[in-house]
Design a protein around this ligand. Sequence first.
Ligand code: PBG
Length: 332
Amino acid sequence: MKILGSFPKTRLRRLRKSNWIRNLVSENNISNNDLVLPIFVRDGRNKVESIKTMPGVKRYSIDKLSIILSKVKKYKIPMIALFPYTSENKKNKIGSEALNENNLICKSLKFIKKNFPEIGVMCDVALDPYTSHGHDGIIVGDEIDNDETIKVLTKQALLQARMGCDVIAPSDMMDGRIGAIRKELDKNNYKNVSILSYAVKYASDFYGPFRDAVGSKRNLTKDKKSYQMDSRNSTELFREVGLDIKEGADMVMVKPGMFYLDIINKIKNNFKVPVLAYQVSGEYSLIKQGVEKKLLKEDAIIESIISFKRAGACAIVTYFALEVAKKIRSIN
Ligand code: PBG
């Protein structure tokens, strides 16, 4: 592109001179509508428990979910993402708790849909919170078997839809699962339940704190590189996203977020579907600790969130959702 203008006639600092003009020419802004808050649920009663690896984030028993959901409602955050902390005695090799109608996710869905019907709920489709080995799928021999896993995932998705889930979010990275899930949902007349595919999900060390939060870390013996993407690559995103859209995904997710802004941008420029970014647990914990130790100012949080919008994301899944929503409200 030809550079327009020249110094001294052109002075780019004119448009940065004061707050009002910076606001006037700003290209990206963050609103409460751009946020999705992940919430961890656990069993028991009267439990609100801190998570060592994620300062400020808590696990709630269902009877205490209102504490956080009333804030989500107050700050008008459109959607939450539910994750279960399943007790060890309910885990097994095939993750059968995922299909239990009374598991934590099902019970939470019923509670939320009854008491907070205005909040959208998204649920992960993957087996890792339920398997004794911490993997997202079924192990056959020494591999995570793609097709056997899909058989369970379609059932898990259908159960979530039956319990009132609005957005089914397969985060397992099996090939072909979007098509199978869409077919199962349609067959059972859940044609209006959406699918947000974690289409571009990298094998990442930045998931570490999350695995602690859902209790899958201890169990995980091998990494997830045989199904999650290789962080050295970007070309395969065209096939990952292209196939998922063909199979029926309504929206796609990029995960992790901050170190993958190039990926978000490529999807935005090449596909006409909503792209969401997941600012994952490791990204959250790094920034949060930086702020707590006063190495960073709180504004660093907003800066990190804006970067996703600039890259092309329409929304951001972030453990900072409530803090950000509060902050924006006090600015406006
Ligand atoms: C499970 C899942 C993971 C995350 C969301 N869903 C972890 C993983 O794939 O190991 C990570 C979220 C985060 O780190 O905040 N499939």
